[in-house]
Write a protein that binds this ligand. Sequence first.
Ligand code: NAG
Length: 134
Amino acid sequence: MAAKAGVLLVLAALISCHALTGNAQQIGGTCHLSDIKVSQEKTGKVVQGQPEYRVTFENLCECPQDYVDVRCNRLPSVEPIDSKQIKVMDELCMLATTLFKGSNISITYAWKTPQDFTVVSATSRCGEGMVRRV
Ligand SMILES: *[C@@H]1O[C@H](CO)[C@@H](O)[C@H](O)[C@H]1NC(C)=O
């Protein structure tokens, strides 16, 4: 009985969200992938003959964002990448910790050309629950 009531409550919450926003994309928060800003600059350091770059990820949305995946092309680098900040998986990299508004995550790498870090998905965590965006 209790479990059934719980399911009904969740359904009711989802339906009321739908009714409020009229848009399935908006359930559970108002974050957009474009709220995650990626900026990149040369640090001025040279490592093994390659310029070092600093990439900064910034969350402009009030809701914390987890599992932020960015395209990173295996993140080539002649210096080690800080795996406490970002996990290099394959074509994708994932930020290793939650990205909160007002607290950036930065990494550095050194390579002959700057890499592209397009955000491809993220999960925002607001009051109502988690929402995966791709
Ligand atoms: C986050 O990064 C942006 C862009 O580099 C910068 O303008 C801003 O001041 C940074 N915020 C913090 C809290 O470091």
